[in-house]
Ligand binder design. Structure first.
Ligand SMILES: [Zn+2]
Length: 162
């Protein structure tokens, strides 16, 4: 799928990998494609690939949103899933701690997502992911806005992208 993003996502992935994930051999690849969730990383060989849901393939999607997605997904390459209190978790506590440190814009990113796509997103805490409803294409009829311009916008929690 052709990218409509105004951000150079290849350059952004490179920059984030170099600055925040120097232990990785190189940046993952990326593409816009449906995977059920907002984003996920597939450990394809030789280079992993980040799938970004097409609902985000818009010229208005802010760079801070893509930045957060890339940081979150690259963290999956460095912090493995593990069992916590008898439950297998894709996002153990150390994952969230690292995300807080590396992605200061995560709340802004989630505010933008919920502000613009609230009716198309389903947060599934048990499965640790945020799903995109099948009717997401309806969202393409409306321009997205910036939650910072609206007063009284409450800060959302920072759930898992996938
Ligand atoms: Zn995740």
């Amino acid at each position: 799928m052709l990218s409509f993003a105004c951000t150079d996502l290849t350059a952004l992935a490179e920059e984030i990998q170099k600055n925040s994930f120097p232990s990785l051999e190189g940046p993952p690849g990326w593409l816009f494609g449906e995977s059920g969730g907002l984003a996920c990383i597939v450990k394809t060989a030789p280079v992993p690939t980040i799938y970004i849901h097409p609902i985000l393939n818009r010229s208005e999607t802010p760079e801070y949103l893509f930045r957060h997605v890339f940081i979150h997904e690259m963290l999956h390459l460095t912090i493995p899933a593990r069992e916590v209190d008898g439950k297998q978790m894709d996002h153990p506590p150390e994952f969230w701690e690292a995300e807080r440190d590396l992605s200061p814009e995560r709340r802004l990113a989630w505010n933008w997502l919920w502000f613009n796509f609230r009716v198309f997103l389903v947060s599934n805490k048990r499965e640790e992911c945020t799903r995109v409803r099948r009717n997401w294409r309806e969202s393409l009829r409306y321009p997205t806005g910036d939650p910072r311009t609206v007063s009284g916008c409450h800060e959302m929690d920072s759930p898992a992208l996938r």
